[in-house]
Design a protein around this ligand. Structure first.
Ligand code: GLN
Length: 194
């Protein structure tokens, strides 16, 4: 299974490193032909508005949308999660997504005081110790359809906010496993597409 890491902007090298360290057939993709050839996709953390603008101007938007809608296994972290949402609560002007998960996300949801933080997080499907989850101006999930499975949530002021979700072959996390040495989230993704 050929896994493409979308290399328009963001921490795509870190995702590539996590995937190749697990033995996956992974490589960076940025052209129409490269994306057309892949069987699975990873969308990195970074800036969702920039990734969207670049995908649009390079003529990749409809191709990526169609491949995800057609069932291509896809994993997105942080900005990648935003791009996989059906809807953004507070989009930048003109900002659209690829879609893939029936959820609404809120960008930069954790606010200024906790702009960036780390927590130990139990994630459904991840065996063993909790994951050390790094959040960097991260989104959270505002709402999901019944078809979306919530894998992990963070409690803020007594309210639970989903930060890891899956719908079919599409997986998304608000946090960045790719910038840690913990490859279990990437393994979970690869196990789902094997
Ligand atoms: N706040 C960023 C966005 O809206 C996401 C941050 C990240 O990927 N670390 O795209």
């Amino acid at each position: 299974m050929s896994v493409g890491v979308l290399a328009l902007q963001g921490d795509f090298r870190e995702h590539l490193h996590s995937l190749t360290s697990l033995g996956a057939d992974a490589h960076l993709v940025r052209t129409f032909d490269e994306i057309q050839a892949i069987e699975a996709l990873v969308i990195p953390g970074g800036e969702s508005t920039t990734i969207f603008k670049l995908a649009k101007s390079f003529g990749l938007l409809e191709l990526i949308r169609a491949k995800i809608a057609g069932g291509m296994p896809t994993y997105g972290s942080c900005a990648g999660m935003i791009l996989l949402a059906q809807e953004i609560q507070d989009p930048a002007s003109g900002q659209e997504t690829f879609g893939g998960i029936e959820m609404k996300v809120r960008r930069n949801a954790f606010g200024r005081q906790v702009d960036s933080f780390e927590v130990d997080l139990a994630v459904k499907g991840i065996v063993g110790d909790p994951m050390r989850a790094l959040f960097i101006r991260a989104p959270w999930v505002e709402s999901v359809s019944p078809r979306v499975e919530v894998l992990a949530s963070v409690e803020i002021d007594g309210e639970l906010h989903p930060v890891a979700v899956r719908q079919g072959a599409v997986l998304a996390t608000s946090f960045h496993p790719e910038i840690t040495s913990d490859t279990r989230m990437h393994q979970l993704f690869l196990d789902g597409i094997a």
